[in-house]
Design a protein around this ligand. Structure first.
Ligand SMILES: [Zn+2]
Length: 366
């Protein structure tokens, strides 16, 4: 088996071809539909790079619908599973010429003014109950891909529960912006949170999610915010500097109730490069040690890359490799793909991070 040091990657890569079925058909940003960057080619670019490095590719195992309820409200799962069929049956495609599901009214606190959000009768009224932005479109193959991505994350977590040191789930669509009962930010179900919860259920007393995507994982934070058993730590571009998700991801969000102290946000300024970014990763690793996590889920977004079109961070592939090494020293790691949109360098960045995880684990004697 090739070693990471020799340029090979023995880490199992969990994958399902169904992840390619999601064709968002762009995104509506500031009222205008434009070509999005969360495209199927992202997954094929990563897969090619990992295959070329000798990584064994394992099929994602199908899980039960009820497994998705471990971190999500059943109503959200049911909505995602049925909305496309309802949209088509309602004539939104054939009569109204709307080829993707996009919300247009949102039951925000400002609208409801204290009254409950009643289940809307109209399909087009229902979408905004679950989807919190206009950038996260649903089309014909979206549900199949959502489910395949969740299956990949759960399968990869299962490998760790069965005694492997490291695994990687090539999830598409990504997941860390999806919360307990809502979706957005090109994410639908939270693959990393599903993996973390599966590790808890498999017997890990404490689990940590370390999120190095360029954006704050507001969904993962929301899912575990009040829980002491799952730490969430994230380094991301400062929402206070005007970046998505705008409303969450600030340093003073430290968890609530029994989860107080088990949430850490380290926002960094636009333009941040390796040194300051890695110092933040190091701080997260120190937290994980203190928390006593027995397994780590790495939310691996490579959109902090200098060339990535979706963020203003300037991290190099060597920086991602160094982050992987730091995280690999902590314990068994399931890496779950989040963002990363620069197709020419995406595979190189993912490979660098996973090779780093393996070399960190080797250095720690794992
Ligand atoms: Zn991102």
């Amino acid at each position: 088996m090739p070693s990471a040091e020799a340029g090979g990657l023995p880490m199992p890569v969990v994958w399902s071809e169904d992840c390619l079925l999601h064709e968002p058909g762009g995104e509506v940003w500031l009222g205008v539909r434009e070509a999005g960057t969360e495209v199927p080619e992202r997954a094929t670019a990563i897969l090619r790079a990992l295959r070329d490095a000798g990584a064994p590719v394992l099929p994602a195992r199908r899980h039960e619908m009820t497994d998705l309820h471990s971190v999500h409200h059943p109503d959200l799962v049911a909505h995602l599973a049925t909305i496309w069929a309802d949209w088509e049956a309602g004539g939104y495609v054939s009569v109204y010429r709307r080829d993707r599901v996009v919300p247009y009214v949102f039951p925000t606190a400002a609208m409801l003014a204290g009254l409950p959000a009643r289940p809307p009768a109209a399909t087009h009224g229902r979408v905004g109950l679950y989807c919190y932005d206009t950038m996260t479109l649903v089309g014909p193959g979206t549900w199949e891909a959502i489910r395949a991505a969740a299956d990949a994350a759960l399968t990869a977590a299962g490998l760790i529960a069965a005694g492997r040191n490291a695994s990687y789930a090539l999830c598409r669509p990504p997941g860390h912006h999806a919360g307990p009962a809502g979706y957005g930010g090109s994410c639908y179900l939270n693959n990393a949170a599903l993996a973390a919860q599966a590790l808890r259920q498999a017997g890990a007393g404490r689990v940590a999610v370390v999120d190095i995507d360029a954006h704050h994982g507001n969904g993962t934070q929301a899912i575990f915010y009040a829980r002491p058993d799952v730490y969430y730590g994230s380094v991301h571009v400062d929402p206070g500097a005007g970046w998505f998700p705008h409303y969450m991801g600030f340093a003073d969000e430290r968890g609530s109730g029994p989860g107080s102290g088990a949430n850490r946000n380290l926002p960094v300024a636009p333009g941040t490069g390796d040194d300051r970014w890695l110092a933040a990763v190091q701080q997260l690793c120190q937290d994980v040690r203190q928390h006593g996590a027995e397994a780590i889920v790495l939310s691996l977004g490579t959109d902090a890359a200098a060339a990535d079109p979706e963020s203003p961070l300037r991290v190099t592939a060597a920086g991602y490799r160094a982050a992987g090494e730091l995280i690999g020293r902590l314990g068994p790691v399931t890496a779950v793909q989040e963002g990363g949109y620069h197709l020419p360098s995406l595979g190189e960045y993912v490979l660098a991070t996973l090779a780093g995880v393996q070399s960190g684990q080797a250095a720690a004697g794992r």
